[in-house]
Design a protein around this ligand. Structure first.
Ligand SMILES: [Mn+2]
Length: 284
């Protein structure tokens, strides 16, 4: 049987379990066919805002949860960085459940020795919205705004405000959306620089991306609603974004084919038993 592809690290964000649009089934399938040393769940894994409006929890959403628990049980380090949609989980930062560590942010060292700050990205929402004002006010306002931001998102959630969707926004106002993405990228890259990191891994805006922003490596995991993107670190530290759904389907087909071949191989052995017996009879 073919061995599972092994990655050093897998980063995945914005699955939005609890939303009917979540591609949880495909995400679970992908994780089933790969192995990794560390798995980072980079926020908005469970959409508590959506669950609060309407309880949607199909069986395949459980399948994803069970898969992650199994991965943790088998020895992979699993770290969950809650996002704004699973913000209530932030209260449990520092604890671990079923082998899954919960943290507000994390630091990951790549195989080639780079330090990456891992954050969901909603932390910079207000910074993004008020970038020109901040530039004028400086570092003091920045730190203040990060704190206000947490309260702001909590209020939005409490009042059941619909979460702002980048993809919908893109369809309406392309130019503003591009400007927004660029501001977001700069804001999280800035957060990484302040933390003394060489790069940042985030999610939040549902736009998978690998780039460099003012000398800081920028990695966005994308999402599993509109897309099915997953960020992986290879054994040599090289980072890549995969189409997780396509990759999962490909690996499943490969495994099924290998199994079918193994079964056929057994049949061949069964047939060969007969001539062997005849040979033995002849030898007597
Ligand atoms: Mn988010």
């Amino acid at each position: 049987m073919t061995a599972k592809p092994r990655y050093r690290t897998i980063f995945l964000s914005d699955l939005h379990l609890g939303c009917p649009e979540s591609r949880a089934e495909e995400a679970a399938e992908f994780l089933k066919h790969v192995e990794c040393r560390e798995l980072y769940l980079v926020g908005d894994i469970i959409d508590m805002w959506s669950l609060r409006r309407k309880w949607v929890w199909p069986e395949h959403h459980n399948r994803f949860v069970r898969r992650v628990l199994k991965i943790a049980r088998k020895g992979t380090r699993v770290v969950f960085i809650p996002g704004n949609h699973d913000e209530p989980a932030r209260r449990y930062a520092g604890l671990s459940f079923g082998g899954i560590e919960i943290a507000l942010q994390a630091t990951h060292i790549t195989a080639d020795g780079r330090t990456l700050l891992i954050m969901h990205g909603d932390e910079v929402d207000l910074v993004v919205k008020h970038a020109p004002l901040l530039a004028a006010l400086g570092g003091w306002a920045y730190d203040r705004l990060l704190k206000i931001n947490r309260v702001y998102n909590r209020l939005r959630r409490l009042f059941g405000l619909k979460y702002w969707s980048l993809s919908k926004y893109l369809k309406l106002r392309v130019k503003s959306a591009c400007k927004f993405i660029s501001k977001f990228e700069h804001a999280v890259a800035d957060a990484a620089r302040r933390a003394g990191a060489d790069g940042v891994v985030c999610g939040h805006i549902h736009k998978p991306e690998i780039s460099t922003v003012e000398g800081i490596a920028y990695y966005n995991c994308g999402d599993w609603v509109e897309e099915s993107s997953v960020l992986v670190e290879h054994e040599d530290g090289r980072m890549e974004i995969l189409d997780g759904a396509a990759e999962g389907a490909r690996l499943k087909a490969q495994r099924d084919a290998a199994r079918a071949e193994a079964d056929a191989g057994e049949d061949d052995d069964a047939e060969s038993v007969i001539p062997a017996r005849e040979l033995m009879a002849m030898a007597k």
